[in-house]
Write a protein that binds this ligand. Structure first.
Ligand SMILES: Cc1cc2nc3c(=O)[nH]c(=O)nc-3n(C[C@H](O)[C@H](O)[C@H](O)COP(=O)(O)O)c2cc1C
Length: 317
């Protein structure tokens, strides 16, 4: 590549795009796929899209002859998939979750959007061939998309509209908008904890009992007063009645007398770990909707709120 070509490529890189993996199959039915950021929309009526492939790409013969292709718009968490399909080496599909569509082309399990296309035109485009496809079917998943800009992967973050930031709370009318931060924090808490809460309530455990199991799983043995102190901020601090109930269910055991340390029994540990696994699985699902950057920011933000509003609360860790 000449210096002029590098400069042109850098200038073109200022155009931020999404990232796609385009798949098809070779004459011997082997799955074929390539990472492409040259994808774009062309027409709604008829529904046409385009992308271009280097004439030197190994996958060129397959795309020229297969009669169609599947375009997968990658989600923000799929940089590994992008890198894998951008390499000419090895079996690109090894370890990748995919099925095969009725045309015999690979369909990746994960994507932010999918366009199944029939090849409509193929145009000469210098050192590339431009493929125009007619969309025969499409699907979307509500996931944040992967961005490619300046030769690097990036995350898309929608800008807040200015009016969204103003007048969140109106004390005259007693109304607030959906951007009221404290409302959002507490609604997010209720919504994210509801599935696990339903599970433990379904198992006959109260909030107090669940928080007690959770604290003991984190800390090991603690005296009754330490447990109550550490859970005071939840508004659900357990009392002796709760400890007795948990002991009757064989979920906790107490050393010595009434003030002796309380620990989880094996059964109690098992019950808590199952609920924790459910919570962890929910977190994994939720995280797919955010970029790494957003998650890191959210963790820092939440920790800071916890610190500011709970400086008097004993540390769990
Ligand atoms: C983010 C990204 C976008 C890319 N976009 C294109 C593209 O639009 N067209 C193309 O020919 N190659 C593109 N490439 C390079 C191909 O993915 C790469 O050359 C790949 O090895 C081709 O596979 P093949 O040789 O097995 O056909 C891109 C690579 C990356 C990382």
């Amino acid at each position: 590549m000449t210096t002029d070509q590098k400069e042109l490529r850098n200038a073109l890189g200022q155009f931020a795009t999404g990232v796609t993996v385009v798949t098809t199959s070779a004459e011997d039915q082997e799955p074929v796929g390539v990472t492409a950021s040259s994808f774009n929309s062309v027409s709604l009526d008829p529904p046409l899209v385009l992308w271009s492939l280097s004439k030197t790409a190994k996958s060129m013969p397959a795309f020229e002859t297969s009669g169609g292709f599947n375009v997968h718009i990658l989600a923000a968490h799929q940089t590994d998939i992008s890198n894998r399909f951008a390499s000419s080496q090895g079996d690109k599909f090894d370890g990748v979750d995919f099925s095969t569509c009725d045309m015999g082309f690979p369909l990746l399990d994960e994507y932010a959007a999918l366009f199944r296309c029939k090849t409509h035109y193929q145009y000469e485009g210098g050192d590339h061939i431009i493929f125009v496809g007619e969309v025969v079917e499409y699907q979307t998943n509500p996931l944040p998309v992967l961005i490619f800009h300046g030769g690097k992967y990036a995350d898309a973050r929608p800008k807040l509209k200015k009016e969204d930031e103003d007048d969140v709370v109106d004390l005259l009318s007693g109304k607030f908008t959906e951007n009221y931060l404290l409302y959002l924090i507490s609604r997010a808490h209720f919504q994210t904890s509801l599935p696990v809460r339903k599970s433990y309530i379904g198992q006959g455990l109260s909030d107090q009992e669940f928080f007690c199991l959770s604290l003991l799983s984190m800390n090991g043995g603690l005296s009754p007063s330490m447990i109550s102190d550490r859970l005071a901020h939840t508004g659900h601090a357990p009392d002796n009645e709760i400890f007795e109930r948990l002991a009757r269910k064989d979920l906790i055991s107490q050393e010595g007398g009434d003030t002796g340390d309380i620990s989880l029994t094996e059964t109690g540990q098992g019950v808590f770990i199952e609920l924790l696994a459910q919570s962890k699985a929910l977190e994994e699902q939720l995280k797919k909707h955010f970029s790494e950057d957003e998650i890191e920011t959210a963790v820092r933000f939440m920790k800071k709120i916890v610190d500011i509003t709970g400086s008097d609360i004993p540390e769990l860790w």
